[in-house]
Write a protein that binds this ligand. Sequence first.
Ligand code: DGL
Length: 278
Amino acid sequence: MPSTIGVFDSGFGGLTVLRALLHRLPKARFAFLGDTARLPYGSKSRRTIARYAAQSARFLVREQGAEFLVIACNTASALALDAIQDAVPSVPVLGVIEPGAAAAHAASKTRDVLVVATDATVQSHAYTTACLAQGLRAFEMACPLLVPLVEEGWTNHAVTAEVIRIYLDELLATARSGGFTPDTLVLGCTHYPLLRPMIEQIMASIAPAAMQVIDSAESTAEAAARRFDGGAMGAGTGADARAQVRCFATDSVDKFERLGSRFLGQPVGPVELVDLGG
Ligand code: DGL
């Protein structure tokens, strides 16, 4: 049983995964690092993402004593899981892609799934590979405007609704013209769960049949909890993030504290500034 679980994201979107982890493992201790100075990862190259993610993983393991790592970032999971594992060889590393694909497998009857994610995640085809391993076909599309809209706090804004409608229209039309009959949509980016109500509502108004929406935050937390078998971390009542979590950011701690609570669903507590170098 690790004394500390390290959770890493390019920014604070990964707090949606931490929120699910706190729920499943209310007695665990967590160190969360958001590499906010270098966000977004989703528009960068594999080499750069791997370098940033490896530095972040080393910080959590060497300086915070993490004995298990959850990569709460789809882009880093898709492009840098091997580099992260090489950087911290003694520590088990769990990404969000495999649990997301496993949840899609459990949900889909048609065996065709849609995936929305960042540019880098889509170009890596990590979801296509993980879904194929589950016997699913995946149709992936990048939605690069959604991360900045969430970062701006526009999760209930008419502009965001319009952008989502345009993306989902195009996603459905292209997938269907390619012969896909999807019944499941995977939110393949840690920011998108904040838009879930809007995505579900718009999808229901345009899709010809019901579409299940998968949030890899939940399935990743489940996968982590299974590793620890409930055990000493699983028992207990309501989680209080301030008692259990130390949060670190590589840029403005004020912004992290302000916006982070939206992702975590409760105050994030004091955030510590960290310098990981270039
Ligand atoms: N955390 C990233 C992801 O889940 C989104 C933000 C970014 O592009 O860095 O893909």
